[in-house]
Design a protein around this ligand. Structure first.
Ligand SMILES: [Cu+2]
Length: 589
């Protein structure tokens, strides 16, 4: 049975983050990064937070395509970290409820090292085509008091981006503390389409999950709690927060709204379903954009609902125009955690509560139709024409890079998620080998890099198409994010694999991978229509290989790619790559 929620749903109004329009500030913004307080729910005490401009979320920075913007990130943070981090001794309480579904520390001891953090940060603009020196390399910290001025050319198509902390090892805690904000690039192409721009009809929705501590009497204190348990290494907090409010309510007029939605959670994947009178109404929703902006044409949502893994974004048009005042529509999440790509019927969305699946409260937010002025606009049928679907035939000469996602068991402490980059090997080589069989085609490989600090092995040449193959040998879906230029998905294929006993070493890996379905695999491994746009984050499901086509062309320099489950990125699912101008390639060792 689901515990009754300790907070009233749909009590707080949705808040809109403050807008910072770069053009109104001469293209120069000063953003202090501050300790502050924030009320996540009307019945909660104020929480201590770290926020851009001291708020949760930070201000939404809005820029024009090609408008160069300098942001002075002023680190004014002071310790201690406003989050209690804990690993519980047990995964379930005495009633058999998973501890992650419950507020409080559940017997866990506050982590002393987390408590000692005093506010080292570094800012990354996710989705930004940003020169390497301003991309927020995870080790280039801004200490409190240390100034940093980053220049953002914004020479890219209109899209919803977001900026957030990216510090090596503790991104999960810094983002959880509040260090995230939205960044919108606008351009004339979008304006030609007459889409809503700015409030009240364009509504950003930053969805996150949070948990809070309890006092001696079992009352919520508001203190942020990042809790993991011995079986689940990621935090899946029970309370869904949209734009900083737990389960908020938005009054809408009977018209057409544009929602810019982003999953800013550490680890949780959402599958969103809009419900009216107990019935799913996905037909009210049209998706027009994805991570890097407009799709070529509008698409309907997948039948089960809209899946959004950490850092994925969507641009949605929702039609409330035929609805009488007082009508209520509720958005539910039906995705169990950790997410493994499984399905769940949209018709059952109201009943998606699932303690085992670490989803005690499936509610996300509610819309109530009111007599607010709004208008109905048709959805344009042609959206973007500045990109085409990549053709595999045209990519036959493209360099191919292969990355394995591998879970490593540790004797002490929870397992670790790792990435392994492969290099070619002779068929008759000995030792720890990875073989990949695709029908009659068989190749042998050896792991050439496994940790962030291992030598760089990826040197993409600017302007050249590449194919990256991401092969998931774990039981969870991983949203893999490439910094810099966007990519497109080419294929999603079922795989089966065998890893012999002891096959996963610190660096070494012995495995046999076949590009065919595992008999026990129930996933479809399909590409959804809404994934066929310009993406920077792609879900790689269990027993799956995802192929993407990417052409880096913006800047040369050192960048990162990683899993966007922050607990994975921090430990050890992140690797560097260096984009190279063609003229320097002959001089590379
Ligand atoms: Cu991951």
């Amino acid at each position: 049975m689901t515990p009754s929620p300790p907070l009233t749903a749909f009590a707080d109004e949705l808040s809109f983050p403050r807008r910072l329009i770069a053009g109104e500030h001469g293209g120069r913004l000063s953003v202090p990064i501050r300790t502050g307080t924030h009320r996540f729910h009307r019945d909660l005490p104020e929480s201590r937070i770290w926020g851009f401009m001291g708020t949760v979320p930070g201000p939404t920075i809005e820029v024009e395509r090609g408008e160069s913007v300098a942001v002075e990130w002023l680190n004014e943070l002071s310790g201690p970290l406003p989050v209690t981090d804990t690993l519980t001794p047990q995964s379930f309480d005495r009633n058999g409820v998973p501890v992650q579904c419950l507020p409080g520390l559940s017997g866990g001891v506050p982590d002393e090292n987390a408590k000692a953090l005093t506010g080292q940060t570094v800012v990354h603009l996710h989705g930004g085509l940003t020169p390497a020196s301003y991309d927020g390399w995870a080790e280039n910290l801004f200490a409190p008091g240390q100034p940093a001025v980053f220049h953002y050319p914004n020479d890219q198509r209109a899209a919803l981006l977001w900026y957030h902390d990216h510090v090596m090892g503790v991104t999960k805690l810094d983002v959880y503390a509040g260090l995230a904000g939205l960044w919108i690039v606008r351009d004339e192409r979008e304006r030609e389409l007459g889409l809503p721009e700015g409030p009240p009809l364009e509504v950003p929705l930053l969805i996150q999950d949070r948990n809070f501590d309890l006092d001696g009497k079992g009352r919520l204190t508001g203190e942020l709690v990042h809790k993991t348990d011995p079986e689940v290494m990621e935090a899946f907090p029970p309370f869904t927060v949209v734009n900083g409010k737990v389960w908020p309510l938005l009054e809408v007029g009977p018209g057409t709204y544009r929602f810019r939605v982003i999953n800013g959670s550490n680890a949780r994947t959402y599958r969103l379903v809009l419900v009216e009178d107990g019935q799913p109404r996905l037909d009210r929703v049209t998706q027009i954009g994805t991570d890097h902006g407009l799709l070529r044409a509008p698409v309907s949502l997948p039948a089960d609902g809209l899946i959004l893994a950490s850092a994925e974004r969507v641009d949605l048009i929702v039609d409330f125009s035929d609805l009488a005042p007082g009508t209520e529509l509720t958005m539910f999440n039906t995705a169990a955690a950790p997410f493994g790509g499984g399905s769940y019927p949209a018709a059952d969305a109201e009943h998606a509560a699932d303690l085992e699946g670490l989803l005690p409260y499936p509610e996300v937010m509610r819309f109530r139709v009111a007599e607010v002025e709004s208008s109905r606009r048709p959805v344009p049928q042609t959206l973007a024409d500045d990109y085409a679907q990549p053709l595999k035939d045209g990519l036959s000469d493209a360099p191919r890079r292969t990355i394995l996602l591998v879970e490593r068991e540790l004797e002490e402490g929870p397992n670790m998620m790792t990435m392994r980059e492969l290099g070619p090997e002779e068929h008759d080589a000995t030792g720890a080998l990875v073989t990949i069989s695709d029908g009659d085609e068989k190749s042998s490989h050896r792991v050439v890099a496994a940790h962030f600090e291992d030598r760089t092995t990826f040197f993409p040449m600017l302007g050249q198409d590449e194919i990256w193959r991401l092969i998931n040998m774990t039981d969870d879906t991983h949203p893999i994010h490439l910094h810099l230029d966007p990519f497109q998905i080419l294929a999603r294929r079922a795989i089966r694999y065998e890893i012999p006993e002891g096959g996963v070493g610190d660096r070494d890996l012995t495995a046999a991978i076949e590009l065919e379905r595992d008999p026990g695999d129930e996933l479809q491994h399909l590409i959804d229509d809404n994934e066929r746009g310009l993406k920077d984050t792609i879900r790689v499901n269990p027993n799956e290989m995802v192929e993407i086509a990417v052409r880096f062309k913006s800047y040369s320099g050192r960048y990162m790619y990683h899993c966007h489950i922050l607990e994975h990125e921090d430990r050890d699912m992140m690797r560097p790559f260096v984009t190279m101008p063609a003229e320097l390639m002959p001089f590379m060792g």
